[in-house]
Write a protein that binds this ligand. Sequence first.
Ligand SMILES: *Cc1c(COP(=O)(O)O)cnc(C)c1O
Length: 376
Amino acid sequence: MDRDGWEGGRLLINLAAIAENYAQLSARVSPAECGAAVKANAYGLGLKEVGQTLYEAGCRTFFVAHLAEGAALRPLVGEDSRIFVLHGPPPGTANACLTHNLLPVLNSLQQVQEWQALAHAQGHPLAAALQVDSGMSRFGLTEAEVDYLATQPQALAGIEVTLVMSHLACADTPDHPLNRQQLNAFIKLKQLLPAAPASLAASSGIFLGPEWHFDLVRPGAALYGIAPTAGQPNPMHATLRLQARVIQTRQVPAGASVGYGAAFTARQPTPVALLGIGYGDGFPRRLGQKGFVIYPDWPDIKLPIIGRISMDSLAVDLSPLVAAGVALPPAGAVFDLIGPHAPLDDVAHLADTIAYELLTDLGARYHRLHYDPRKG
Ligand SMILES: *Cc1c(COP(=O)(O)O)cnc(C)c1O
């Protein structure tokens, strides 16, 4: 955690916190199994480190969106783990699941038929998950398609159904009536299919209660510290800190403007720090004139982001530090943009988005530093 190798912004990722979150969710859903969604580069936190940490924490079932993500994950986790590909194979690529030892989630009759054809060509049954649509109208078989599969004895021949799953649309809002409607629809649909372990809940669904747990849950967000339930205290550990360095500081005279579009004008002489992070790093441009940063030694002082955010930099008003009698930070000083005093969910909210988007937008440009306090 020194100056080595980073200039603009860096992400500090606490792998022990991710492992603790996994243990907490596992305990909450026991005896159901706790899997992990690691799609989109483990929500931007790094597939390799996060995948290995979760495997070491006991996770044996992983979910990715794309085949390529599954192929990247396969060598990082033990052969005793399952990797489900949520989108299923694109047309004509089912074979790649076998090559990389991935299990497809079959979402449509076309995907069912392609998987069946592959099983036939291989001469033995092939395992897969079946997804049903319980009311989100996203992926999965409709009720009519499930009925069709249920009444045609040959329709699933050659497919070993290892999981029946569906996904909730409103689980972060416990009072939403769709939660129970989807639960009931899921129970009904899965009874029409071959008996198999079932999975309905992602992070937020876990907190709806045991009825939603079935045999396997699939959290992503909560593992990475995102609050599972809107408006409730966050029971998860924060896992990341986003930091940026001061490139230079300047005194902006009264009447001068700061940044593109002259969107901010100093009313009095204003000490300003330019930080080397911007929207090119995935830091939301919407936080211009709205966001704040923290100088870690003075965690209670919020320093406003002034003017528009540039591609590679943003400007911060240091006046509150001066008012508190703190010496101005030198070039190279490190500020927190997300951290203990600027929680991920709060920063996302200020930027009119959700923590999921904020995390996955954090670009490839960052220096990512994974650390594990358990391992020193
Ligand atoms: C992304 C995803 C998950 C994980 O969702 P979180 O809200 O991040 O816990 C689980 N299941 C499916 C089908 C998903 O697409």
